[in-house]
Write a protein that binds this ligand. Structure first.
Ligand SMILES: [Zn+2]
Length: 332
């Protein structure tokens, strides 16, 4: 979806192509307290609690999809097989994500809107305590997709056919795309709740502010993609673009959309590669289908360093009471 719907009241909306609306400026007020609980108990309890949050999309969410062109958008009824995928994806979330979702997620929904370009939408609104609650809505057709197919389709939307016959393929195994998507979207909720994306490592030297890339990333190939609100690029430029990605500290091109997307991608890939050993290879192929460029972002020392920094930031947030980012006075 190309933008955020005009929600009533205080609201932030996000789509994978547009990013969560999060101010870079430090929060001036104290953040809500996220109670800690023993990990084993949390595993059992939060799975059941989060399952109970699955429900039909909010009418405003359906309206937003329709307004964005998916005129047939409607609530998706989850099948038994899909329930198994949803429960697995919830169980695959890190403890901090599950704990924050348990306390701040109002609803997890699936929508039938296959013609929509937006895959996910996270909206927030004021809860009874004045702090934000969140609703995550995912396009239901991703339930049938592998991570490889989903990311390949998403990446190909960056390019326009120019007759070269080149194509871009993302190889990330047969893991369900839902596991990645829920990790990514839940990280936005964690970020918004704990105010993690602030001008400090692993963000401060790469982002001038929440949406502005710092030099040299802003002026190179990474600064002009559709993720940076540029036009689709001729697909023959794909080798140069992915060469630039391979030389950068970003785990994916989508990381360049904003500091929040950067964190969501780092957190998702840190979990996928660390806990589940999921690989990430990007190939540019010629007209004959032969790879002419292959990159492995997870093998890059610069990316690995940032994956570790993001993981450390999340672990500090999980361990501290109040967590890192808990209002101005708690920030380093
Ligand atoms: Zn996102």
């Amino acid at each position: 979806m190309p933008g955020c719907p005009p929600w009533t009241g205080r609201c932030a909306a996000a789509v994978l192509t547009a990013g969560l609306l999060i101010a870079w400026a430090p929060e001036a007020r104290p953040r809500p307290e996220i109670a800690s609980s023993p990990a084993a108990e949390a595993d059992i309890d939060t799975a059941a609690i989060l399952r109970a949050r699955v429900g039909p999309p909010h009418p405003e969410t359906i309206a937003a999809y329709r307004d964005a062109g998916a005129t047939a958008a409607a609530a998706h009824e989850i099948s038994e097989a899909e329930w198994a995928l949803v429960e697995r994806a919830l169980a695959d979330l890190p403890p901090l994500h599950r704990r924050v979702l348990e306390q701040r997620l109002a609803r997890l929904s699936f929508i039938d809107a296959p013609s929509s370009a937006g895959t996910a939408l996270t909206r927030s609104f004021d809860g009874p305590d004045g702090e934000p609650l969140f609703e995550i809505t995912l396009r239901a057709d991703v339930l049938d997709k592998s991570l490889s197919d989903f990311l390949t389709g998403k990446e190909q939307m960056l390019f326009a056919d120019d007759g070269s016959g080149y194509s871009v393929h993302v190889l990330a195994g047969e893991t369900p795309a839902l596991t990645y998507l829920l990790l990514h979207e839940a990280t936005h909720v964690v970020d918004r709740t704990l105010a993690l994306t602030t001008p400090r490592p692993p963000f401060g030297d790469i982002w001038s502010d929440y949406r502005t890339l710092a030099a040299p990333h802003a002026s190179g190939p990474l600064g002009v993609t559709a993720y940076r609100r540029g036009p689709r690029l001729p697909v023959s430029q794909a080798p140069a673009l992915y060469r630039a990605l391979a030389g950068s500290p970003f785990v994916s091109l989508y990381s360049t959309a904003s500091a929040g997307e950067d964190l969501a991608e780092l957190a998702a890939w840190g979990r996928l590669s660390g806990r589940f050993r999921i690989p990430l290879t990007i190939e540019v192929r010629n007209a004959a289908g032969q790879p002419i460029l292959t990159i492995e972002p997870l093998a890059s020392p610069a990316v690995r360093a940032r994956l570790e920094a993001a993981e450390a930031l999340l672990e500090r947030s999980a361990a501290q009471d109040p967590p890192v980012g808990w209002g101005v006075s708690a920030r380093p």
